[in-house]
Design a binder for this molecule. Sequence first.
Ligand code: PAJ
Length: 336
Amino acid sequence: MPAGACPEHTAGCVRSPWPPNHGFASLRAAFAILNQAKSVLMAHRVVRTVPALRRTVMQWRMAGERIALVPTMGALHAGHLALVRAARRRARRIVVSIFVNPPQFAPHEDFGSYPRRLAADLAALADFPVDLVWAPSAEVMYPAGFASRIVPEGPATAGLEDRFRPHFFAGVATVVGKLLIQCTPDFAMFGEKDYQQLKVVTRLARDLDLPVTIIPVATVREHDGLALSSRNSYLTPIERAAAPTLHRVLVRCAGEIARGQLLARVLDEGGAEIERAGFALDYLEARHADTLKAIAARKDGPIRLLVAARIGKTRLIDNIAVSSGKVGKGPQRRGS
Ligand code: PAJ
């Protein structure tokens, strides 16, 4: 065990000397100590086994308290934290799950390099009223002999993400199904950023009669419109400069469609602009906002525009609603 590591708690839990023997030499040192103390406090709330999770959740249920779950793969950013805020508005108890789920990554994808920073995640959550961080290992989530999968249809086979990541939604549905059964939340928060995933999970909860309400949360964006994503950290400075093109094109296309311009032409021009910015386009499509079925004209809506494109080694997705009247209020920006 490394020096300072805490034998009683979790991997992220490190014992710090108290009182600190180096004094408050500078404000920066004081902040560092405060942050470390916050992480240590949060580490007490990290749960790593199903029985420990169940015990706590059972106590809350017996006390009649409502529970909200925020499922994540960690590398938390302001988008995830918006989900935590939305959870707070609904429930007395909040569980944030942090689990990088192997089955939703294909062998050639970024499972190995996906950012994992539990200590920083715990520090980020320390400012929020999160009651418990559910951080199982892969062995706890998928013990030896694990042999059951949820293979969703409907929105999961809409021909969007599933066309480029055929393994993805069975991986997501299986782990989300497990998370919902493990945590038995009244509410589970999912971002509109992953719009097809939101629809798949909503369908899953309904189809399996899970007693949970899936709550959609609006996409949080950088000031230039780029949707926050853990994968944005892969972008080089040049790619980062090109990345807001996706949102800019979505906004322009949504405006033109809302003003009655021909859908196919608007999307063709939008796709060309994305490619000119240096992306390889996977899709830019107009779909029915509820069913994700293909639509040919504005009258077939409500319409959601969805895009996926690759730049360098990074694949980005985004989406936006097309207003049925005039284009609606602007997107939610970071910190707004
Ligand atoms: P992850 O990519 O960590 O995202 C966790 C949740 O945060 C998802 O519901 C996602 O839609 C939401 N989210 C991500 N970026 C957002 C943004 N910019 N604004 C608002 N919400 C945002 O999605 C997953 O993990 C996994 O597939 C998971 C559901 C946890 C299953 O493994």
